[in-house]
Design a protein around this ligand. Structure first.
Ligand SMILES: Cc1ncc(COP(=O)(O)O)c(C=O)c1O
Length: 465
């Protein structure tokens, strides 16, 4: 069998399909920005450290409308960033010390490209995986592991930051927790409100900063495949940063230092275009100011200044909100429903399962599948490419480097429905069904075990990411 005669179906690449990019809207927003000196001049000069002020204000208003938190969001809580990835690096530069900060706790499976960002900041060998279940992060597992980490720090006399100077705008946290709590990449799982509350309490107890990568929140729709509705104007859950703001006295409670224990890392990559390289971070005003004081922003101001003027215009006119509600949500809902219907028909009968099958709201870019034993994700991915010209992401690439053992991902694969042409999505799932079926047949014959292919998953991903 040779897949090369078939057209490639790419269910790995986590990019938006080009047809969903709002090029026309960005064209007119940029033209307005560049033709008005009161916008183009600040847009083309160095900007303020926390970002282009009109954009901060518009983001604050827009997020207040979308999340409907207990308290309105003020612009001082917002720091404009160069996107979610770049801002993780900035957060670590300001709020971590490579020795005093003990560990980075990553919900596993994790967004694999975040790991290098943590390692670049000195956390190689100190990334730790935390399992998740049907409700999200496993709190008891994390509690025990944090306690152990603290015992170790105490034995080692690791009691104050040594490599970072004391600076009034920052603090050094003992721990970082990294999570994608809504429509996670890759597991698609959404963390329940109760777990969010438990996580905030635990972070406070152990002086941890939760980086909540909230980049998929706006891409949501009802899970029911028969629903006529395919867009939703308001978030269905509070973010972790909203919980931290108000839970048990909130971030201003007595005895707290005002920095809080959570930051929401947002991005325009999934809702405008990744090439914008623009995002925002929201936390307490004290934290947001600290975030903006990272050396690379002090020298030159916040990143993405010119793009900020375009996006500010898109939010002011309401075109970005319209694009999300009337183009992106319906398009992704349709894509998701096509894939789910094909999974139901072709994969579920083979024993494939999915997490959180009964939730009301779904979203994001991904579907996470568990293969029936004894199939292994890497062999399925290998034969899918070789025999069907189908690319999927094998689970092990989402394991936390250096701490793979606690979470077994050998039987998982991630399907991305955002990138491939809509008309090829169902075909991709059908091909996957054929690969699974063939492997099951071979494996069921005594003595006919398939050799596990020698694939290097990370090089597969580098090729297609
Ligand atoms: C969880 C998560 N965080 C961050 C990013 C990247 O965001 P940005 O383009 O803003 O750096 C992605 C993109 O795939 C992602 O899935």
């Amino acid at each position: 069998m040779n897949g090369t005669s078939k057209a490639l179906v790419d269910l790995l690449k986590g990019w938006p399909n080009p047809a969903l990019l709002p090029a026309a809207q960005i064209k007119s927003a940029s033209s307005i920005a560049l033709s008005k000196p009161e916008i183009s001049i600040p847009g083309l000069l160095y900007g303020p450290d926390p970002g282009y002020e009109p954009l901060r204000q518009r983001i604050a208003t827009w997020l207040t409308e979308f999340y409907q938190p207990l308290l309105p969001i003020a612009a001082e809580r917002i720091c404009v960033t160069g996107g979610a990835s770049q801002n993780i690096a900035c957060l670590l530069q300001v709020f971590s010390d490579p020795i005093y900060t003990r560990n980075v706790w990553m919900v596993s499976p994790t967004y694999f490209l975040a790991m290098r960002i943590f390692e670049d900041s000195g956390f190689h060998g100190r990334l730790r995986s935390v399992p998740e279940d049907e409700e999200g992060i496993d709190i008891e597992y994390l509690r025990k592991a944090l306690r152990k980490s603290e015992e170790k720090a105490s034995v080692e006399g690791n009691i104050r930051p040594t490599l970072k100077p004391v600076r009034p705008w920052s603090k050094i946290y003992k721990h970082f927790i990294y999570t994608v709590p809504t429509f996670s990449n890759p597991s698609s799982v959404t963390m329940s409100l109760q777990r969010r509350q438990q996580l905030v309490r635990l972070a406070r107890e152990y002086d941890a900063c939760i980086i909540s990568d909230d980049v998929y929140d706006l891409l949501q729709w009802p899970a029911d495949t028969m629903a006529s509705q395919s867009s939703m104007e308001h978030a269905h859950l509070l973010r972790i940063v909203d919980v931290d703001r108000t839970l048990d006295g909130g971030t201003d409670r007595e005895g707290a230092d005002g920095f809080g224990n959570a930051v929401s890392n947002g991005s325009f990559s999934k809702i405008a275009g990744p090439g914008c390289r623009t995002g925002w971070a929201e936390s307490t005003s004290k934290f947001a100011w600290g975030n903006s004081q990272v050396g690379s922003s002090r020298s030159g101001g916040a990143p993405s200044q010119l793009t900020s003027t375009f996006i500010s215009n898109l939010l002011e006119s309401g075109e970005l909100q319209d694009h999300i509600l009337h183009t992106l949500q319906p398009a992704y809902a349709r894509r998701y429903r096509t894939v789910m219907a094909t999974i139901d028909k072709h994969l579920i009968p083979l024993g494939v399962t999915l997490p959180q099958a009964s939730r009301d709201v779904v979203g994001g870019y991904f579907i996470w599948l568990s293969l029936p034993a004894p199939l292994q994700a890497e062999e399925v991915a290998f034969f899918a490419k070789r025999d069907e010209n189908l690319v999927i992401a094998p689970g092990p690439i989402f394991a936390v480097t250096g701490d793979e053992k606690p979470v077994d991902l050998v039987r998982n694969v991630r399907i991305c429905f955002s990138w491939e042409e809509e008309g090829k999505l169902a075909e991709g799932i059908r091909r996957l069904g054929q690969v699974i079926c063939r492997l099951q047949n071979v494996k069921c014959q005594p003595g006919k075990e398939t050799a596990r292919p020698n694939v290097n998953s990370s090089s597969v991903v580098d090729q297609y990411r």
